[in-house]
Design a protein around this ligand. Structure first.
Ligand SMILES: [Mn+2]
Length: 423
């Protein structure tokens, strides 16, 4: 049995707007949160100890992170190298540079030839010797159109057609890798992709441009003992009733509010041919909290907002206060008092929203107390619209026609009912 730790979507350096500068370290507190999560994963890998670590891609928000963020990532992963735990770093869409192929932010590990580190920026099979035996890992990095297709091939095609063409190209390549596998060695497919049955997290907002989607059926193969995915931030197993498990561990921290209610963590796997077990390990990440309150019908809007805040105090949470009010209530809001009420939070944002005034009747003649037949109502409306004067007769004609047709139909249906009664 081979013990594997599967972690993905680290996104170190994302969501910094939800943090503040820590005066003791000079670092953004959200960067520190992300580092803490990553450190917990690596601690677990070392204490277990696992035989192999798989990273499913998306190390940083983009391919060119600032050096201090690169360093934070490297100093955690270096501990695996020191403990002689082989590690595969797969290239995700956020790791790719728009110029050229490969993962700009992760290529440095190959360039430096860090012992035990493999950078997965191509579709290929790695045979890795671990303390507990051999394992085969097929790496499938994020595919862009240019990886498998040429310009003339895609010219004039819709995105759906490009998607199909890409799948047609990918299929034989993956097939060739599968055919070369040793059937007696445990095998993992490590892929950064969007699977067609995946529930979406924040990555749909993070991704630059639309990528392509791979059917889950494509990934469910008897040759695989575990399919280790990256890209979707919401933890899930796409093959809950069968083998192999097809698992997104999700991101290790909340990148934004779309992940407010998601558990965050990583996956620990007992890999064995025909008997693979896995478990999700939760990370104690910082809570996110949305306080949503509509005070547009409240006499004391300030009091209503403050009591909504008082009911939901989670210390050190990242808080988003959203409240709805009418424009004439603005003077009743004391923003400083709201800030004070939110001081339990790690950070907060306050988003007031004015409720639409459009619901008010715009034609004063059509007040609630007036009962009008449809044609008179339409005439009153047209009289208030100078731009409709020229076509007012046609509109009234058309309205009359519609109303008459309706009454004709009513008569018809009454007739047929009568006939039915006669029968
Ligand atoms: Mn991704």
């Amino acid at each position: 049995m081979i013990k594997v730790l599967h972690v993905s979507d680290i996104h170190l350096g994302s969501g910094l707007s939800h943090g503040r500068t820590n005066p003791e370290t000079g670092l953004n507190t959200r960067l520190e949160d992300f580092i803490k999560s990553l450190r917990t994963c690596i601690d677990h890998a070392l204490s277990e100890p696992v035989d192999l670590v798989l990273f499913g891609g998306d190390a940083f928000p983009d391919a060119t992170p600032p050096p201090y963020i690169q360093q934070a990532f490297a100093s955690e992963f270096r501990r695996l190298g020191e403990a002689n735990i082989p590690t595969v770093l797969l290239v995700g869409n956020h790791d790719q540079h728009s110029q050229g192929r490969g993962g700009a932010s992760l290529s440095i590990y190959r360039t430096l030839a860090v012992p035990g580190f493999i950078v997965g920026d191509q579709i290929t099979t790695h045979r890795i010797t671990t303390r507990s035996g051999e394992v085969q890992v097929i790496t499938l990095p994020w595919l862009t159109n240019s990886a498998l297709l040429t310009r003339p091939e895609t010219d004039g095609l819709s995105s759906g057609e490009v998607n199909n063409l890409l799948l047609q190209k990918l299929q034989p390549i993956l097939e060739a890798e599968i055919r070369r596998l040793d059937p007696n060695t445990p095998t993992i497919l490590l892929a950064h992709l969007m699977a067609d049955r995946a529930k979406l997290g924040a990555e749909r907002f993070l991704a630059v441009g639309k990528g392509f989607t791979i059917p889950v059926s494509f990934l469910i193969r008897p040759e695989f003992d575990y399919v280790a995915l990256g890209h979707v931030h919401c933890h899930q197993n796409l093959n809950p009733n069968g083998t192999p498990p097809v698992v997104y561990p999700g991101s290790i921290e909340r990148v934004d509010f779309s992940e407010e209610k998601e558990d965050k963590g990583y996956v620990l796997i007992d890999l064995e041919k025909g008997n693979t077990q896995w478990e999700f390990c939760s990370l104690p990440v910082r809570p996110f909290l949305t306080i949503n309150v509509d005070v547009s019908d409240k006499e004391d809007p300030q009091g209503a907002i403050e009591s909504a805040i008082a009911q939901k105090q989670i210390p050190e949470a990242v808080v988003r206060l959203k409240y709805k009010l009418r424009s004439e209530q603005i003077d009743q809001i004391n923003n400083r008092a709201l800030q004070k009420a939110l001081s339990f939070a790690h950070s907060y944002s306050i988003n007031p929203e004015l409720v639409s005034q459009l619901a008010r009747p715009r034609v004063p003649e059509l007040g609630e107390q007036v009962t009008l037949d449809p044609i008179t109502a339409l005439k009153t409306y047209i009289n208030n619209r100078d731009d409709l004067q020229e076509i007012s007769e046609e509109m009234l004609d058309a309205a009359n026609k519609i109303l008459n047709e309706e009454s004709d139909q009513e008569i018809e249906s009454l007739k047929s009912k009568e006939q039915l009664n006669l029968l």
